[in-house]
Design a protein around this ligand. Structure first.
Ligand SMILES: [Zn+2]
Ligand SMILES: [Zn+2]
Length: 281
């Protein structure tokens, strides 16, 4: 069993449940640790179709207060084990907004921060299938290259502890993505990024969110898992839950998947430091 889910959202962004409701679900599942990683509000100009910037900004102090209250008073779940809480945030790496990212990273005393790329320039590429629908292989490859170039800069920034959904860019074009990933230039770009991730002492997220998306594939794909494993990069597990029913989603499948690459431990952050523990199949 995987005992920690390190990535989840609440109704303060575009999720459906309160921190308490999410926590109670984690308790009932017997998790030992939940990491709350609500989105960090993005600056103007980086906007999704169903934008939640205003309500998130307004409710952020409330999110912080509620998560810290849960962290300060952990409860015992059905198996009698304490279910601890880690206070985190998922932060966007946005081109030209490095100062904004630095300020956001230090806005609160986080236990850990997740770094994510959801935007290529000002385009939220995971917002809908839109431009992906009729994109040529060549166009897709330009976007993959732009994505991993931004990912590399995010990793190099030193602001984050976990790299979220490493190949999120495949979300609407998984077949084209795998064609690209077979190329020497893609492997070179990925290899450099993973070297940076390792050098920064970061953890790579293995996420079941991709199984719920159009790509129907765990983030990251096997080739990237293998590249991470040979570099001895630690991994954390994540559901990226946006409602309580998604907490620990397909974690049995994640554990089996990670084990096929030789992984036996998963990492998490609490009290501001990283711990690795074995996971069971
Ligand atoms: Zn994300
Ligand atoms: Zn997320």
């Amino acid at each position: 069993m995987i005992s920690a889910d390190m990535h989840m959202h609440t109704l303060y962004s575009h999720g459906k449940n309160t921190p308490l409701e999410m926590y109670e679900q984690a308790l009932s599942l017997g998790l030992h640790l939940v990491g709350f990683t609500e989105h960090s509000p993005r600056p103007e100009g980086f906007t999704y179709t169903h934008e939640y910037r205003e309500s998130l900004t307004r409710n952020l102090p409330r999110y912080v207060q509620e998560v810290l209250a849960l962290r300060d008073a952990p409860r015992r779940g059905s198996g009698g084990e304490l279910c601890r809480v880690a206070f985190g945030m998922e932060m966007d790496w946005l081109s030209g907004e490095e100062e904004f990212a630095k300020q956001a990273a230090h806005a609160y005393p986080f236990d850990y921060r997740i770094g994510s790329v959801h935007f290529i320039d000002h385009w939220g590429f995971d917002d809908g299938i839109g431009p992906w629908k009729d994109a040529s292989q060549e166009e897709c490859e330009q976007w993959y290259t732009a994505y991993f170039t931004a990912w590399q800069a995010m990793l190099a920034s030193g602001l984050y502890q976990i790299a979220a959904h490493p190949d999120l860019i495949k979300i609407f074009s998984v077949d084209q993505f795998h064609i690209w990933l077979d190329s020497d230039s893609a492997r070179t770009l990925l290899g450099r990024a993973l070297d940076t991730l390792k050098a920064q002492g970061m953890v790579m997220e293995v996420s079941s969110a991709g199984l719920r998306k159009k790509c129907r594939e765990i983030y990251p794909c096997p080739a990237i898992m293998h590249m991470a494993r040979v570099r001895d990069i630690p991994i954390s597990f994540a559901s990226d839950a946006h409602e309580r029913g998604d907490i620990a989603y397909a974690f049995d499948a994640l554990a089996a998947y990670a084990a096929t690459f030789g992984y036996t431990e998963h990492a998490f952050f609490s009290d501001g430091r990283m711990t690795s523990v074995p996971f069971a199949l």
